[in-house]
Ligand binder design. Sequence first.
Ligand code: TYD
Length: 147
Amino acid sequence: MIAEKYLKIDFPKITESRGNLTFIEGTKHIPFAIKRVYYLYDVPSGATRGGHAHKSLWELMIALSGSFDVVLDNGKEKKKFFLNRPHYGLLLPPGVWRELENFSSNSVALALASEIYIEDDYIRDYKVFKKMVDNGEFKNFSKKKVT
Ligand code: TYD
């Protein structure tokens, strides 16, 4: 698995008596320009989201409210990350299968993405994903940008 230190990002946090403020600038705090934002909310307890990998899309997930787990799988090993702080993000590079689970009630999962929505960039079949990993199709991404 890509080293954890590259995946976990702690964003600036301005703490004041009026409350906290966190900001994220594309290409500065995260290794891509932000082209799309989406969020998951009203997720019923026990529901699982994700269940796919991307060919070239980079994403960053944040638990804006509440908490949830993100299980990352690079086709060789799996690692579970618990997200529960709005100033903490998890980077999801291309070629990583992700499952989001264990959502707390009223949780909001914010995703920042490097591309607009392109269904063709999704790999939704785990067997296809595994084959691509075994063929070394994702090696360049992790070498170039993350490790
Ligand atoms: P899906 O990728 O299954 O959601 P998740 O990975 O979060 O579990 O997407 C659910 C539906 O929403 C699917 O029909 C595609 C659509 N969708 C968009 O139209 N635009 C988007 O930016 C995203 C993320 C999904």
